[in-house]
Design a protein around this ligand. Structure first.
Ligand SMILES: *Cc1c(COP(=O)(O)O)cnc(C)c1O
Length: 392
């Protein structure tokens, strides 16, 4: 039998020896505290009174009327700070407190996870430092200001491509040095064990609520659940409670960027190979020498070269399907949800909507749930620049 932390052949703990004590300590704390009634009570209280859970499962009547499907949107965009990421951040910062840590660190790409961690840290009175590539800091200046307002220290990372993967490397380096008093709040269902399992635990509230809500509204489970896949947290969060219900299709949507053939995308399943990256075994966009490829997506949150290991497993056993849509389709879906339903969605979430719209014929008469992982205020400037032709 394989050691804990594997999903089939995927996952595991591929880290330097120096990180092992930290991961062991974290795993012990996760097993003991997170499963305890007292922790769960405190966590759930934050989710309800602070994050604003349960989030609504909204019947998108206008799009449903036009397409003939019954489309529901799980409104994670209504969470405090505007996306599902706060659920994980609250869980991990709370765990850090229970472990007696005085300080948390986090990586961030677009800044959303950094803002969520800075928020949870302000709430619970714990010191917070966020690593961010300097290229990302330029592109996401508003989120840098938000983090600083929330009392966090933002540290620019100048190495590599100065983006997310470089920020993760820097955060891991900090953690090795300061493990006694520091917890590393990883932002998605990725990385070495126990992160993929732990993050799933904190975000699976999304799927649990969804099952209750759809049973109440439709009296049956949906035909399909669709979510965008970056590192894989909002998708595993809504998928997980449905996995045992085999009749429900689970569909993950990756960033097809400018098209697979251009090489400018982040479609790990369509174009990647199995490999080891940042502590875990999963699908990775890499060249023949195993060098990590540059990725592209209109949405910063899906722009990552690998994907959470449990998704690789779900795909391998044919329990979940993975597809991609390209930037143009995403922008169309973004505009559609805004005009038809009065909701400006995140560009990430717009990937899941775009997939469903593209397959509208196939879904006619079906009950389809899309995880609307976040709100799109952060994307408005970017979309306007694209529309004006200033960027592509
Ligand atoms: C970060 C982000 C994602 C992608 O991350 P996952 O871990 O794959 O969920 C998706 N949607 C929004 C709104 C995000 O901020």
């Amino acid at each position: 039998m394989k050691a804990k932390g594997y999903f089939g052949e995927f996952g595991g703990t591929y880290v330097p020896e120096t990180l092992m004590p930290a991961l062991r300590e974290l795993n012990n704390a996760f097993q003991i505290h997170v499963k305890s009634k007292a922790f769960q009570r405190e966590f759930v209280r934050y989710l309800f009174d602070y994050v604003g859970r349960p989030t609504p499962l909204y019947y998108a009547a206008n799009i449903s009327g036009k397409t003939g499907m019954n489309l529901y949107l799980k409104r994670e965009d209504l969470c405090h700070t505007g996306a599902h990421k706060i659920n994980n951040a609250i869980g991990q910062v709370l765990l850090a407190k229970w472990m007696g840590k005085k300080r948390v660190i986090a990586e961030t790409g677009a800044g959303q996870h950094g803002v969520a961690t800075a928020t949870a840290s302000a709430l619970m009175g714990i010191k917070c430092r966020v690593y961010m590539g300097t290229e990302d800091m330029k592109r996401q200046a508003l989120n840098v200001t938000r983090m600083e307002l929330l009392g966090a220290e933002v540290v620019g990372v100048e190495s590599g491509s100065r983006t997310l993967k470089d920020a993760i490397n820097e955060a891991l380096r900090d953690w090795v040095t300061n493990v006694i008093d520091t917890h590393y709040v990883l932002g998605t269902a990725f990385g070495p064990h126990p992160y993929p399992t732990m993050v799933k635990e904190f975000v699976s509230v999304i799927g649990k609520e969804t099952i209750k809500q759809i049973m109440k509204k439709e009296g049956k489970l949906p035909d399909a659940v669709v979510a965008c896949v970056g590192g894989g947290s909002n998708s595993i969060g809504i998928f997980y409670p449905f996995i045992g219900h085999k009749q429900v299709r689970l569909i993950g949507v990756e960033a097809g960027g400018m098209g697979i053939e251009t090489g400018k995308h982040a479609a790990r399943f369509a174009a990647g190979r199995v490999g080891i990256f940042q502590g875990t075994k999963s699908y990775v966009l890499q060249d023949d020498d195993g060098q990590i490829l540059q990725t592209h997506s209109v949405s910063a949150g899906l722009d990552y070269a690998s994907v959470g290991p449990e998704h690789s497993f779900l795909r391998d056993i044919n329990r979940a399907e993975y597809a991609y849509v390209v930037d143009d389709e995403v922008l169309e879906a973004f505009g559609l949800i805004a005009r038809e339903e009065g909701i400006i969605p995140a560009l990430e979430s717009s990937h899941a909507v775009a997939y469903v719209m593209k397959r509208a014929d196939e879904f006619r008469g079906k009950v389809v749930i899309v995880n609307l992982s976040g709100r799109g205020d952060k994307d408005v400037d970017h979309v306007v620049k694209i529309q004006k032709g200033e960027i592509s």
